[in-house]
Structures are given as C-alpha cells and as structure tokens.
Ligand binder design. Structure first.
Ligand SMILES: *[C@@H]1O[C@H](CO)[C@@H](O)[C@H](O)[C@H]1NC(C)=O
Ligand SMILES: *[C@@H]1O[C@H](CO)[C@@H](O)[C@H](O)[C@H]1NC(C)=O
Ligand SMILES: *[C@@H]1O[C@H](CO)[C@@H](O)[C@H](O)[C@H]1NC(C)=O
Ligand SMILES: *[C@@H]1O[C@H](CO)[C@@H](O)[C@H](O)[C@H]1NC(C)=O
Ligand SMILES: *[C@@H]1O[C@H](CO)[C@@H](O)[C@H](O)[C@H]1NC(C)=O
Ligand SMILES: *[C@@H]1O[C@H](CO)[C@@H](O)[C@H](O)[C@H]1NC(C)=O
Ligand SMILES: *[C@@H]1O[C@H](CO)[C@@H](O)[C@H](O)[C@H]1NC(C)=O
Ligand SMILES: *[C@@H]1O[C@H](CO)[C@@H](O)[C@H](O)[C@H]1NC(C)=O
Ligand SMILES: *[C@@H]1O[C@H](CO)[C@@H](O)[C@H](O)[C@H]1NC(C)=O
Ligand SMILES: *[C@@H]1O[C@H](CO)[C@@H](O)[C@H](O)[C@H]1NC(C)=O
Length: 437
C-alpha cells in the first residue's frame, strides 16, 4: 500500500517530504494593469528526509501540467494524487521499478474517481481548478512524490530547474526556484505546528501572447437609447474564408452533426461569423431609472468543440464601486490597486449557469447587473455606460473601437434633425393615407 509506505517512512527520521503549493488567480497578460498580482506561485517545502531522497507534494493551477528538469540524477519512486505522463528509461534499476526516471518529468493530475489509496488532499480533479476568487477551496491542487538519488541533507538537494506550467496550453513562463523562509504547517487539530526543512518558491507568469497569437474573445455592444448593435470587430479572431468551407460551421448546415462530432481536437471549430471568435460577450445597456441603471451581459459560445465549466468573466467599469444587485451570476469585487474598486469577477451559479455549453441553442449564459448612479460621474454620453475591459477565463476580449459605440440620440444635433425630419415626413404620409381612406 503506497499510503502505508508513506506513513511508515515518515516515522523513520530520514524521510524528506516536499510540499509544493500554489496560489492561483485569474490569469491575464503578464503586464496586465488590471491584474498585477496574477502570477502563479509554486512553493516547495521540504518537510523531512528519506534515506536517499524525498517526497513532495504540490498545489497547483487551472487545467495544469507541471514539468521541470532535475538538477542531478533524481528519480521519482512513487507518486500520490498525480502521475508523470511517461516513465522513461528505468532499465538500470533491477529491484523495483521507479515511477519515473526521466530527467524532465511532466506531471498531470489524476482523474476524479481515483482509488482512495492513491489520493491525497486537493488532488484528482483532472487538472481542473477554479480561480482563487471564484472558489478558493477548489483553487488548489496537490500531488506528492518520493524522490530518490537526491541527497539526504538540505545541502546536497539541488533545486530542480526549468519549470514549465501548462494550463492546459502554453502561456506561462516560470522563473527559477528560490529558497525562501521555511513554511509552517498547523496540524488538523491545530495543537501542533511543524516546520518545513526547506522551502522553495517558483513563480510562473501568464502571458496571453505566449498562449495564443490571435484573440479568442470579443465584445459587442447595444443600448436601449440607440437601435444600433455594435458587433464584434470584423476578423477579430480570424477571417471567414469562403473558399475554405471547413474553416467554420454554418449553423443551418444540414450535416452539422457529422461535422461537429468529428474527432475532438484542441483547435476550436467555430460557428461562421464575421468575427470568428469562439466567445462573444455582449453588453446591453438595458434600462434607465431615476437612481439606478441596468445592464444585461450575455456570453455566447461559438465553439462546437468546447464546453466551459466554471467559466469566469472579469469586467472593468467605473460604476462597479456602486453595484447594487447581480442577477444569476456570482459577483466578487477585485481590487487590482488599493482603493480602486472598478473591477469585478463574475461567474456562473452552480448547477444553473456555471456550465457554458458548446455552440448551439444552449450555448449562452446571461445575467443582469443593477448599478446605483453616482451623480458626479454617471452619464450615458460618450460610451461611458460600456465596459472598459472584459476578460473571459483570463483572456482579453477585443472591444469595438470607441468611435463605433452607440451614441446617445441627442449627442449630435445633426442626427436628431434627420430623425425628427423623418418622423415629420412619416406623420405627413400617415395623415395623407388616412385622408385617402
Ligand atoms: C509577477 O511577475 C512579474 C514578472 O516576473 C513581476 O515583474 C511581478 O513583480 C510579479 N508580481 C508579483 C505580485 O509577484
Ligand atoms: C534549462 O533550459 C536551458 C535553456 O533552455 C538549458 O540550457 C538548460 O540545460 C536546462 N537545464 C536543465 C537542467 O535541463
Ligand atoms: C539546512 O538545515 C540546517 C539545519 O537543519 C539549517 O540551519 C539551514 O538553514 C538549512 N539550509 C537551508 C538552505 O534551508
Ligand atoms: C515566495 O517567496 C516570496 C519571497 O520570499 C514571498 O514573499 C512569497 O510569499 C512566497 N510565496 C509563497 C506562495 O509562499
Ligand atoms: C482561403 O482558403 C484557401 C484554401 O485553403 C487558401 O488557399 C487561401 O489562402 C485562404 N484565404 C485566406 C484569405 O486565408
Ligand atoms: C458538451 O456537453 C454536452 C452535454 O453534457 C455533451 O453532450 C457534449 O458532447 C459536450 N461537448 C464537448 C465538445 O465536450
Ligand atoms: C467595492 O464595491 C463593493 C460592491 O459595491 C463593496 O462591497 C466594497 O465595500 C467596495 N470596496 C471599497 C473599498 O470601496
Ligand atoms: C450575487 O452574487 C453573490 C456573491 O457571489 C451571490 O451570493 C448571490 O447569489 C448573487 N445573486 C444572485 C441573484 O445571483
Ligand atoms: C459609490 O461608491 C463609492 C465608493 O464605495 C462611495 O463613496 C459613493 O458614495 C457611492 N455613490 C453612491 C451614489 O452610492
Ligand atoms: C446610434 O449610434 C451610431 C454609432 O454606433 C450612430 O451612427 C447613430 O447615429 C446613432 N443613432 C442615433 C439615433 O443617434
């Protein structure tokens, strides 16, 4: 029994236990002013020694896989709550096979339903994790492993190098491991504190540029005060290629099911549109009350190959400091900078709309937000009522250019002259018609 083995080894004073923990947040561009603390930190704690190596544990990020290079000839004897993707060449070990002999192991999470004797706390979520703001209890993941040929003191252990974090695609760049102050652990009954012998920190920074060269999300806008619907900018995520019919799917296509049920791949298969984005966020300014105003947000999935579980949206608008009510999305204010309260995270209500279905009639979720007007700042003029920035699952959604935003009818006198002239003509025509009758 692996867990038995671990337990009994812990009682021999020579076990080295490693704990790798990590705090996750919404992932955004590396240089994102909205999320200056959006780095993922991985922390390793050496808690005790084994005769020739150590055991460690790891806490981690969304849809992850974690790789590194051993500094020496370390091997992984045994793992709990995770596994390496390849065993590598273990031929030089005669007695007992290590779990992994590769110099650059790549570790992934185990799936839900893993037998209990292979589980540890926070493991086995198939690599799927919530953002910290959404659900801190599910924002961590851990695995534990025993390592051989690592040396038996904190002077002979060499820090692993070249960490790579995929979540699940590329996007993160990890810095070198740094030795930091040893972490303290409080036992479950809170009556005893133990301390790691050695703790290392690795920080991985997300960059959307590394993750995708093209955007994956766009924003469209509308309002009650102007009939114009400002669509996502054309070709935001790609251009529709009419001479290459396989590049997108027409929802009216008769063979839709056969196209969609093709082999699942990482690349999106999107519904044909002018923007070709897998995700569109629509912001509608819906109602104007004396003291309040109301908007409606709709997220539409155009990708036939992707269901989003536990999606999230980060929105920046100056009125979030006076959000009065949220309907059918969860809400949490984010404060990227002290005192600046204009950013919020929104995500689905469990079992109601936290699942965003793949493209089709069910492929959308929506909510309304009610804001209290601040007389000093509130206006419908100059596009003020529209969001400044939106992120879907941490990726920036491309906004229409500001000069295309729906205008207030009276913001240009010329359009008003035209429209009242048109009304007058229609009125005259209407009275003529009634005269004829
Ligand atoms: C996040 O990482 C970037 C790049 O390494 C660094 O400049 C920044 O200080 C880090 N932020 C935090 C809060 O650690
Ligand atoms: C880490 O990566 C660098 C650059 O890719 C490489 O030169 C170095 O050998 C790697 N280190 C290990 C231990 O694999
Ligand atoms: C190694 O362990 C010794 C004694 O346990 C401790 O004094 C020292 O600070 C440790 N070194 C590191 C780098 O953690
Ligand atoms: C990583 O190290 C830095 C510097 O010592 C520390 O401020 C930070 O809290 C550490 N991160 C974690 C997750 O422990
Ligand atoms: C459209 O697809 C055809 C056939 O795959 C290709 O030759 C052509 O370069 C594409 N055009 C554009 C604008 O991407
Ligand atoms: C999305 O979820 C639906 C319903 O659970 C399922 O039928 C469908 O196969 C899923 N699609 C993908 C691409 O995972
Ligand atoms: C930020 O806004 C939220 C919701 O309106 C409010 O609960 C919170 O107290 C505000 N925080 C600050 C510092 O203004
Ligand atoms: C608004 O958000 C809060 C915090 O996430 C949540 O508890 C509440 O249920 C939400 N309200 C509605 C009507 O969904
Ligand atoms: C809006 O929120 C800010 C900061 O929380 C507060 O100072 C201000 O009085 C609020 N305005 C209204 C109209 O409630
Ligand atoms: C609505 O907004 C558009 C800009 O998106 C503008 O061209 C149009 O004149 C506006 N309509 C009215 C009635 O003001």
């Amino acid at each position: 029994m692996e867990s038995m083995w671990l337990l009994s080894s812990t009682t021999t004073t020579a076990l080295l236990l490693f704990l790798l923990s990590c705090f996750t947040f919404t992932s955004t561009d590396a240089y994102d002013a909205l999320d200056p603390t959006g780095n993922i930190t991985i922390k390793w704690d050496v808690i005790s020694w084994t005769p020739d190596g150590y055991v460690y544990r790891h806490i981690q990020a969304p849809g992850w896989s974690l790789g590194w290079s051993w500094a020496k000839k370390e091997v992984i004897w045994n793992m709990m709550g995770g596994q390496t993707t390849e065993q590598g060449d273990c031929s030089k070990f005669k007695a007992g096979q290590p779990h992994c002999c590769k110099k650059d192991p790549l570790v992934v999470d185990l799936l839900p339903g893993t037998p209990y004797n292979q589980q540890i706390a926070n493991c086995c979520k198939g690599g799927v994790l919530s953002s910290w703001a959404q659900d801190p209890a599910n924002a961590v993941s851990s695995f534990q492993l025993s390592v051989g040929s690592a040396g038996t003191t904190n002077r002979t252990v060499k820090l692993p190098r070249n960490f790579t974090l995929k979540a699940p695609g590329p996007g993160y760049t990890c810095g070198p491991a740094k030795i930091v102050r040893p972490t303290k652990f409080v036992t479950n009954d809170k009556r005893r504190t133990t301390q790691a012998l050695m703790t290392w920190n690795v920080t991985c920074t997300y960059s959307q540029f590394l993750a995708q060269k093209t955007p994956t999300c766009c924003v469209s806008l509308s309002s009650f005060y102007n009939d114009t619907i400002v669509n996502c900018p054309t070709c935001t995520c790609g251009c529709r290629n009419r001479t290459a019919p396989g590049s997108c799917v027409d929802p009216d296509s008769t063979h839709l099911a056969s196209v969609v049920s093709g082999k699942p791949t990482d690349s999106p298969l999107v519904q044909c549109s002018s923007h070709m984005c897998p995700i569109r966020v629509h912001w509608h300014v819906k109602l104007n009350y004396k003291e309040y105003w109301r908007i409606k947000i709709t997220i539409t999935n155009f990708n036939y190959r992707m269901n989003y579980t536990q999606w999230n949206l980060v929105v920046q608008h100056p009125n979030f400091d006076n959000l009065t009510d949220n309907f059918s999305f969860n809400y949490k204010p984010l404060m990227p900078y002290e005192g600046l309260n204009d950013t919020a995270m929104l995500w689905g209500v469990k079992f109601y709309n936290d699942f965003l279905s793949s493209a089709g009639p069910l492929g959308n979720v929506q909510s309304e937000l009610l804001f209290k007007k601040d007389k000093e700042t509130f206006t419908f003029d100059k596009g003020w009522a529209f969001p400044r920035r939106i992120y879907f699952n941490g990726d920036n959604c491309v906004m229409p250019p500001p000069d295309a935003y729906p205008w207030l009818p009276n913001s240009t006198s010329r359009t008003q002259v035209f429209s009242s002239l048109a009304t007058l003509i229609i009125a005259i025509l209407a009275s003529l018609i009634s005269l004829i009758n």
